[in-house]
Design a protein around this ligand. Structure first.
Ligand code: CP
Ligand code: NVA
Length: 300
């Protein structure tokens, strides 16, 4: 594993190995066992979109591993004034040990990896959010013991989260059902690949998708960059809310996950959110542990 650009690049073994290391690092942190495995290393963190979890968990993660992290706002870097990604990649490779980038275009993340000579980690693009799904998988395994015979159901926009969940579930052998309205389906190529594995079903019916699910997952209806479509999207997604009716067709012990930030009253009701808050905030915490595992794999 040289980069983390998208989950489908990783083998099942590589994903499991990251998750095992994440469990170990979480254990070490909780038991006060020092794990400064990245002493002297510096991670650059480029953000051209907002972030709470990704920024803080990467920065704290590097600190706990004995290294340091630099926050680089896209607006302040010369890329904001048109410096090509090829040049940015080659310059940053001379100073840093790794780059984490959150931006719009997947091709910019792939470009950094192609032209630079240091590991690149995708901290979210319009296409995918691999770091989030590593934390999600870690949380599912913590609660359910393994991935065997599990079904995850994603309800909502076929966005970056849906795409990465498809990749993550198929790679770990979990069944995944995605319910989204027409015109908002996940990436076509990924859907074809997922359906061929026999693990993915895509439907427009959220109740059919949620039937007997072990995990119900949702995300905002309007992602970062889609703010101007928010009203139109509220209409398109009004029947795609995770509420008591949806939960009643899932398994009795189904867990609920949300990558956050959440919009209560839109993609999820306040009641379902608060009932499952311990799972959702464990999931948020696991961003730290899962990303530390990625950092150790790529930078040490
Ligand atoms: N889930 C997630 O990536 O959160 P942030 O946007 O706060 O980083
Ligand atoms: N789909 C959301 C995920 C946020 C973590 C977005 O891209 O804004």
């Amino acid at each position: 594993m040289k980069h983390l650009l998208k989950l489908s690049d990783l083998s099942s073994e590589e994903i499991l190995s990251v998750l095992n290391l994440a469990d170990q690092l979480k254990y070490e942190l909780k038991h006060g066992i020092s794990h400064k495995r990245l002493e002297g290393k510096t991670l650059g963190m480029i953000f051209t979109k907002a972030s709470t979890r990704t920024r803080v968990s990467f920065e704290v993660g590097m600190y706990q591993l004995g290294g340091s992290a630099l926050f680089l706002s896209g607006n302040d870097l010369q890329i904001g004034r048109g410096e090509p990604i090829q040049d940015t990649a080659r310059v940053l490779s001379r100073y840093l040990d790794g780059i984490m980038i959150r931006t719009f275009k997947q091709s910019d993340v792939e470009g950094l990896a192609k032209y630079g000579s240091i590991p690149v980690i995708n901290g979210l693009t319009d296409y995918c959010h691999p770091c989030q799904v590593l934390a999600d998988l870690m949380t599912v395994r913590e609660y359910k013991g393994s991935f065997k015979n599990l079904k995850l159901c994603f309800i909502g926009d076929g966005n970056n989260m849906a795409n990465s969940l498809i990749a993550g579930c198929v790679k770990t052998g979990m069944k995944i059902s995605v319910a989204s309205p027409s015109g908002f389906k996940p990436d076509e190529k990924l859907v074809k690949w997922g359906e061929e594995s026999g693990l993915l079903t895509v439907t427009s019916d959220p109740f059919k998708a949620a039937e007997n699910a072990d995990v119900i997952y949702t995300d905002v209806w309007a992602s970062m960059g889609q703010e101007s479509e928010a009203e139109e999207r509220k209409k398109a997604f009004k029947n795609y809310q995770v509420n008591d009716d949806i939960m009643s067709v899932a398994k009795k012990d189904a867990m609920v996950l949300h990558c956050l930030p959440a919009h209560r009253g839109e993609e999820i009701t306040e009641k379902v959110f608060e009932k499952h808050a311990s799972e959702i905030f464990d999931e948020a915490e696991n961003r730290l542990h899962a990303q530390k595992a990625v950092l150790v794999k790529l930078l040490s």
